[in-house]
Design a protein around this ligand. Structure first.
Ligand SMILES: [Zn+2]
Length: 172
């Protein structure tokens, strides 16, 4: 396994719409293993392939609490098939937008249809943090970020800050 570099704002790659995966093969399983290692090292609750520069519809999540057994999920071509009627408010962070937190209200339960590591079609019903994380990561596959839940003014402020930081890093 290998830890991969995580792409951060303002890299335009984050806005790409990821393409469906046609076949689950060893290459894809290696990518998912590397994504899990990268997510655990960060540490984070979820990671989409686009965040490591691969524009394919693949994501990994593990919403287990500290001290619990790890509960990793690898989802290929995930699709939301049902959302619950209740909402859940959570202060979300994103590995691609370090140090920024956005309070977001999303449905508290979600059912996702996806293809697993073995290429089998499955369904996962989730609530709590796992439901939030799945919706956050699926947003990534469509180029949507947590800053899109902010007002245009606040979003511009965040983007400007990251552009300035990127310029500063180049100047060094
Ligand atoms: Zn994210």
């Amino acid at each position: 396994m290998a830890k991969l570099p995580i792409i951060t704002l303002p890299d335009p790659v984050l806005r790409k719409v990821s393409a469906p995966v046609e076949r689950v093969d060893d290459e894809l399983r290696t990518l998912m293993d590397d994504m899990l290692e990268t997510m655990y090292a960060a540490p984070g609750v979820g990671l989409a392939a686009i965040q490591v520069g691969v524009p394919r519809r693949v994501l990994v999540v593990d919403a287990s609490e500290e001290g619990q057994e790890p509960a990793p999920y690898c989802l290929v071509n995930p699709e939301i098939v049902a959302l619950g009627p209740e909402n859940r408010l959570h202060e979300e962070g994103c590995l691609s937008i370090p140090d920024v937190h956005v309070e977001i209200e999303r449905p508290s339960t979600v059912t996702v249809r996806y293809v697993d590591r073995q290429g089998e079609l499955r369904e996962l019903s989730a609530n709590g943090l796992l439901a939030t994380a799945l919706q956050h990561e699926i947003n990534h596959l469509d180029g949507k970020l947590i800053i899109d839940f902010l007002s245009a003014l606040k979003r511009d402020m965040v983007v400007r800050k990251f552009k300035k930081q990127a310029r500063g890093a180049e100047a060094l």
